[in-house]
Design a protein. Structure first.
Length: 188
């Protein structure tokens, strides 16, 4: 095979294989296409996960499904060309949000599970990395006390909320007191 000719890739036309090879950065080992053991292992793992979840209904899953994201690599041009090609392969029109969010993606849903192939502009990634660099800059003094302090500030207990009504005892306000009165046929 001539070095300028891309290797045949299962599932791609010759023209698609040429376009795929043309938009790959130097090392494309992080994105797997065609028949290779690593890609087969990922697909087998997804099937095993589905089988495990089906056989074990007590294991929780998110109520609205999952999104599997695969990220394109390379320059903006390479990434966005990859997204366009993957959209063509999947038979889906890419969603172009480059102007608003720096994202360009193609996706296909299988019920509540979505496969998304996404390219993110270098500018947007730089913005994200700058933002994330501040993640450890602010650390609360007492992390365990913070939710209690926030709840107390948001919902201060007033005297009306804790005061007993005339003729009411603390036992009559408790759930146990309500259950006792109900068992005795007395209205709460």
């Amino acid at each position: 095979m001539h070095p300028d000719q891309p290797a045949p890739v299962s599932g791609l036309t010759h023209e698609q294989a040429q376009r795929w090879a043309a938009v790959q950065p130097g090392d494309n080992a992080r994105i797997l296409v065609g028949d290779c053991p690593e890609r087969a292992a990922v697909v087998a793992g997804l099937r095993a996960l589905a089988g495990y979840l089906a056989a074990n209904p007590a294991v929780p899953v998110p109520p609205y499904g999952w999104e599997v994201s695969v990220h394109a690599e390379g320059t903006d041009s390479e990434q966005f060309s990859q997204v366009d090609l993957v959209g063509e392969i999947m038979g889906e029109r890419p969603v172009d949000r480059r102007a608003a969010t720096g994202h360009h993606h193609a996706e296909r849903s299988f019920g509540p599970v979505t496969y998304r192939f996404v390219g993110i502009s270098e500018r947007r990634m730089a913005q994200h990395q700058a933002w994330a660099s501040y993640a450890d800059s602010v650390v609360p003094d007492e992390p365990a006390a913070e939710p209690v302090r926030l709840a107390a500030a948001a919902f201060p207990a007033s005297q009306a909320a804790v005061a007993l009504a005339p003729g009411q005892s603390r036992a009559s306000r408790s759930p146990a007191g309500t259950r006792r009165r109900a068992a005795q046929g007395v209205a709460p």
